[in-house]
Design a binder for this molecule. Structure first.
Ligand code: MG
Length: 164
């Protein structure tokens, strides 16, 4: 078994869609970035890469590459997980935090979990997403940014089964 971790933050700006966990959330501000700036999917993808010491997200998907301009982050997540699967590993579970002052994310959390479970070909029970505010402190608390963090566990299937 191996563990991975990542953190990502993006600035909130007007004239952008707010996409988190692959879900389009109605709001007057959205996250700014070279891709669709989905900081939750970025943290998940990078924690998966990290679990096998495969480097960071920027190494695999450089923000200087026009190919990734406006890219749907579900593609980055799937491609990152493909690299994990190629090494013979499968996702056990992942646990995420979203740090966000507004909008309220509670009504969207289960849609995000369903979507991510589908993308990672796993049960929704393996996908934990929590959200909290920053108590109006700092750039996140002042609604200038949203950040996400993810810890994941992957395992090599054949080795793991020996112990069951
Ligand atoms: Mg990012």
């Amino acid at each position: 078994m191996r563990i991975g971790h990542s953190y990502d933050i993006h600035r909130l700006e007007s004239n952008r869609d707010l996409i988190l966990g692959g879900i389009n959330i109605p709001y007057h501000l959205g996250l700014l970035g070279h891709s669709d700036a989905d900081c939750l999917l970025h943290a998940i993808a990078e924690s998966l890469l990290g679990s096998l010491a495969l480097g960071d997200l920027g190494t695999h998907f450089p923000d200087t590459d026009p190919k990734y301009k406006g890219v749907d982050s579900t593609i980055l997540l799937k491609e990152s997980y493909d690299l994990v699967k190629k090494k013979g590993y499968t996702l056990g579970n992942l646990d995420c935090m979203i740090y966000c002052e507004a909008p309220k994310l509670k009504p969207h959390i289960n849609s995000m979990r369903d979507n991510i479970a589908l993308l990672l070909e796993t049960s929704v029970d393996n996908i934990s997403i929590k959200a909290t505010t920053f108590e109006k402190l700092g750039p996140i608390g002042n609604n200038q940014a949203i950040a996400s963090e993810c810890t994941c566990l992957v395992y090599k299937k054949e080795k793991f089964l020996k112990y069951l």
